[in-house]
Design a binder for this molecule. Sequence first.
Ligand SMILES: [Zn+2]
Ligand SMILES: [Zn+2]
Length: 273
Amino acid sequence: MPMTSVESGNLTQVTKDVHCLTNQIVNLCFIGKADDWILIDAGMPKSANIIIKQAEILFGKNAKPKALILTHGHFDHVGAANELVEKWDIPVFAHPLEHPFLTGERSYPDPDPLVEGGLVAKISGLFPEEPINLGNNISLLPEDGSVPGLPDWEWMHTPGHTPGHVSLYRKADNTLIAGDAFITVKQDELLKVMMQTKEVNGPPRYFTPDWEQAEISVAKLAGLNPATAVTGHGRPMSGKELSAGLKKLVNNFKEMAVPDYGKYVEHPNRGND
Ligand SMILES: [Zn+2]
Ligand SMILES: [Zn+2]
């Protein structure tokens, strides 16, 4: 299936009813049509107005989604969540294992500033001071894999990058929204807004604590053989470019995705120090 790629500014039409908005360094998705749409992820902090404006361009004045679905709770994916929920009065859904990180109960493991390709200096200025707390507005994704408001989609548990990370999949046209389970940009270009070279890559290194699970999740998504994929970072990809990229990543996961050094990487030669 060819990707339409109708681009206006930072918006890309990915399929008939899936639009991807690039918000600084991160992507979020609008799925559906006027009066019947869902928002996937909530961008960077302070981006509520940009998201609301984009929604109104797509779906008309005062457009509001039926729900917000979170792939995971990292700050660059939940930045505007509280403001959007307040304005729109909508439910937010996430995986049960992600809940503690969305209600202030738990913090994610510390980012690894020394990881290969970690780019801490560039990204640290973007960190919010407080972890997000969505309080009572957060609901559990249904156990049967269905996605509230999106009857032809299913969610899949794809942990590794975070414990409760999910990806969304629509079988009818083989469309995947992968969150940060894998990304389509080179790790060292992750934070560049312009000139991002397309390349299927493992999850963002700086924030990924469980590489074993991350590898299993990538294999699971590659096994779907998606025709089109939107990821949390990088441009949407489709067709052969995507399938070849995923195959290469699965076959070379340790070399391509797992950093050579970093605190969440095992050191087989170092013993128990
Ligand atoms: Zn993330
Ligand atoms: Zn991310």
